[in-house]
Design a protein around this ligand. Structure first.
Ligand code: HEM
Length: 450
């Protein structure tokens, strides 16, 4: 009864009237988000790690949760039947196992069964068309077709574009006073680069910004009917935009990624549905992850002034490893999910059984003391920073790693070039964290550079 009243009262809210989600769908979605919210609250009350991670905005005491997970060993079982692998070796074993499925946001998975209804639109679930949540052979085929646009060589060819974009953005910083580094730079750089690479007309950044805010919810999970409605509407708008662009590029190809992916390769052609799914995945992945590498990475450099000084003293030498250390120290993607198709032994005597969900905790794996000496220290000269799992490894390793690395590298080089007196760099008030538990990063980062 309370649920019905709540839905009816939300329905009368004027912002709902423009929703494209039918009423019956809204009832279903409201039920699913409430169930997940209640389970998550219950988990937190009983100190369950699944509940702790699922807290809005991420765990309240992240450091304590991470240390207790690492201490608990390579395999931790949640009361909800979900397993967590906090160690580097455990995550690595899962990512490279042929028995780990990525079809997680689907009804066959415990978490997926609850999550999927909150994301399903009238067009279906976005995860059905994203190769990130497919297994071989579909995953292999789609990934192979997309990968040619993301080889290190293909990405290096875009260096000038990334530099030009970074310079344009920094030139627009106010001469005096604060700049919100996330809103004015860290967010806009990856957004402009990915839209330009894909060949999406960049006249409407306000729309992309709104989409970005809603999509980060999709990568986390909708926590209310309003969240779900925003996510649904955004997916539908993106679908419409890409269908229009694909039709245009099939008629008049250009040198952008949409045209490249719309061509036949080795006799294979992506269908319009596959193409729309793949492009929306690239757009979202391109938007919502690199912003956090640049945002949290800059804040970390400012908080560790000796490391910033070292970087600025010789950027050519230190920049590449600074990017790796920033990825290790504050993993933009904190955790990923797999489902076991057969038992996976992650260490002698530690076996994950068949048919369960596994949360691979990248944030803890990247601070595993068995791999990284003094892991809580941010050290841009660390010899093995690159062993981080921020992009995971195995068949689903991030396709955009080279692009993300290039963007972060150019971002810090350009900031140092424009503002060489790094003693003046400072954060001017407390940064605001974004809402996601899965993606960690700042929504606002007020700073001064001069
Ligand atoms: C700092 C920035 C980035 C981080 C931390 C990051 C992280 C990740 C992670 C952890 C995964 C694996 C997810 C899983 O297996 O569940 C992934 C996959 C993926 N990423 Fe990224 N990513 C970043 C930037 C990008 C960019 C810029 C693009 C493209 C424009 C991109 C495209 C993809 C794609 C397409 C996949 C799916 C790969 C597959 O399933 O085979 N990412 N990324």
């Amino acid at each position: 009864m309370r649920l019905t009243l709540d839905i009816v009262s939300r329905m009368t809210n004027s912002s709902m009237s423009s929703s494209v989600v039918p009423f019956r769908e809204q009832v279903r979605v409201a039920g699913a988000t409430r169930t997940l919210n209640s389970l998550s609250r219950l988990g937190r009350r009983f100190g369950d790690p699944f509940g702790a991670f699922d807290a809005p905005g991420g765990p309240t005491d992240r450091q304590a949760l991470h240390s207790s997970l690492l201490k608990a060993g390579p395999l931790v079982k949640s009361r909800f039947g979900v397993y967590l692998t906090p160690t580097h070796a455990g995550c690595h074993a899962v990512f490279t196992s042929p028995h780990a499925s990525s079809m997680v946001a689907r009804p066959q998975s415990t978490i997926g069964r609850l999550l999927e209804p909150t994301l399903r639109t009238s067009l279906g679930s976005p995860f059905d068309s994203w190769f990130i949540s497919m297994d071989a052979p579909d995953h292999t085929r789609l990934r192979r077709l997309v990968q040619r646009g993301f080889t290190p060589k293909a990405i290096a060819d875009h260096t000038a574009l990334v530099r030009r974009t970074a310079d344009e953005l920094i030139d627009a910083f106010p001469t005096h006073g604060d700049v919100d580094l996330v809103a004015s730079f860290a967010r806009l750089l990856p957004m402009r680069v990915i839209t330009r690479l894909l060949g999406v007309p960049d006249s409407d950044f306000a729309t992309f910004d709104r989409w970005g805010e809603h999509l980060v919810i999709a990568l986390d999970r909708p926590r209310s009917l309003r969240d779900a409605r925003n996510v649904h509407n955004t997916f539908i708008e993106i679908d419409k935009m890409f269908r229009k662009l694909i039709a245009e590029r099939r008629r008049h190809p250009g040198d952008d990624l949409i045209s490249v992916l719309a061509e036949k390769v080795d006799g294979e052609l992506l269908s319009d549905d596959e193409l729309v799914g793949t492009l929306s995945l690239l757009l979202i992945a391109g938007f919502e992850t690199t912003v956090n590498l640049i945002g949290t990475g800059t804040a970390t450099l400012v908080a560790n002034r000796d490391q910033l000084e070292l970087l600025a003293s010789n950027p050519e030498i230190h920049i590449a490893n600074t990017v790796e250390e920033a990825l290790r120290y504050e993993s933009p993607v904190q955790l990923t999910l797999r489902r076991t198709l057969a038992p996976i032994e992650i260490e002698e005597g530690h076996v994950i059984p068949t048919g369960v969900d596994v949360i691979t905790v990248l944030a803890t794996a990247n601070r595993d003391p068995l791999v990284f000496d003094n892991p809580q220290k941010f050290d841009i000269t660390r010899p093995n920073s690159r062993r981080h799992l921020a992009f995971v490894n195995g068949p689903h390793a991030c396709i955009g790693g080279a692009l993300a690395r290039l963007e972060a590298q150019v971002a810090w080089e350009s900031l140092i070039n424009h503002f060489p007196d790094i003693s003046r760099w400072r954060t001017t008030s407390a940064p605001t964290l974004g809402p996601s538990q899965l993606i960690r990063g700042y929504k606002h980062l007020p700073m001064r550079f001069a």
